[in-house]
Design a protein around this ligand. Structure first.
Ligand SMILES: [Mg+2]
Length: 344
């Protein structure tokens, strides 16, 4: 069935049906009126994030299917909420589709959105659909912090909150998503390991509980790893006006990436993006307390990979100490979203 046959209202009714009725008791009105309505707790901070994915720029339907695209589009936003030490609550989804698009593809996309929404207890409460020559997906997620303990309390993970002497740590293995993408592009033979890596790439698992455990333990600096470890630590040192040192041999490399790509897996762990683990900075005893909390609920431990240091020279930098001890200073600034030749 083509989109042109069901029309916009037909599509909206179908997609709302696909999402089901959220069970959140605080939600007074989801999809179906002019705006969504919910009751907001007074003792929490609200956070919001949004992300737009354009076909051919941010995703490629030759390396992902519609269902996984739906999961990942929501998961990327949930990860930004986790990166603040918060929990996702409500999401809005806007979808632009060409008239000749298949309605079944939109169904699959929304099935993926729903699966992720249910996994992270985030209700999809509204959105929009439009016709457009290209597929474009925009997701907005609203989330909330842990309860405030007093007026001065800011229970969040911020990029700007690193201090000299903090340990730098990550919440899980890195390089799995980059390795999964490499498998998809290079198409080596399919094995149990390559299947696992593709799954990691297509269905990331944002670390909401890890973010909350870090905040509860007293950590105040962190972000999610979307651009790649070194680039994202670069964002922390830029915002904190400090530098960082990463010991490459301490970085937890995804075991399947190591098994398939050998030594090249370390580079994927350092620079490939989309792992959606968290990188954080805080006193070692605070990170140890958060790690123990996570172990108690069956989540991966937190691994210390380096430290926050004062700026040496003119500007913040991330220094990676290779396993042989040789330093490699990597320019901060992260992934170039507007590469040379693109007009901004
Ligand atoms: Mg982020």
């Amino acid at each position: 069935v083509r989109l042109s046959e069901v029309g916009e209202f037909g599509l909206i009714a179908r997609l709302a049906e696909a999402l089901g009725v959220p069970t959140d008791p605080r939600l007074l009105q989801g999809i179906g009126d002019d705006a969504a309505v919910w009751r907001n707790p007074a003792d929490r901070l609200m956070v919001a994030t949004t992300d737009t994915l354009v076909e051919g720029v941010h995703f490629d339907l030759s390396t992902t299917d519609w269902r996984d695209l739906g999961w990942k589009a929501l998961a990327e936003n949930v990860s930004d909420i986790a990166a603040m030490g918060c929990a996702p609550r409500y999401a809005l989804v806007s979808l632009a589709l060409p008239s000749e698009a298949r309605v079944e593809d939109a169904d699959a996309l929304y099935a993926g959105l729903r699966a992720c929404a249910e996994a992270y207890e985030c209700a999809i409460v509204g959105g929009d659909t439009v016709r457009c020559p290209q597929v474009v997906l925009n997701v907005t997620v609203l989330g909330e912090s842990l309860p405030l303990r007093n007026d001065a309390d800011v229970p969040l993970l911020l990029r700007s909150a690193a201090r000299v002497g903090d340990a730098l740590a990550v919440t899980g293995p890195l390089g799995g998503s980059g390795a999964g993408l490499r498998v998809l592009v290079e198409a080596p033979q399919v094995t149990e390991l390559t299947r696992q890596l593709i799954e990691v790439h297509r269905r990331p698992l944002p670390r909401v509980r890890a973010g909350q455990a870090l905040v509860a333990a007293g950590c105040r600096c962190g972000m999610d790893i979307s651009d790649g470890l070194v680039a994202d630590v670069g964002h922390i040192v830029e915002r904190s006006r400090l530098s960082a040192e990463i010991h490459a041999d301490l970085v937890p490399v995804h075991p399947a990436a190591r098994a398939v790509f050998g030594d090249a897996a370390l580079d994927l762990a350092l620079t490939a993006g989309e792992d959606y683990e968290l990188v954080c900075a805080g006193p070692p005893e605070v990170l140890a307390a958060a790690s123990a909390e996570l172990a108690a609920i069956g989540e991966p431990p937190i691994t210390i990979i380096g430290s926050i240091i004062a700026v040496e020279g003119e500007r913040p930098a991330v220094r990676v100490l290779a396993p042989d001890g040789a330093p490699r200073t990597i320019r901060t600034g992260g992934y170039a979203h507007f590469a040379a030749g693109d007009s901004p």
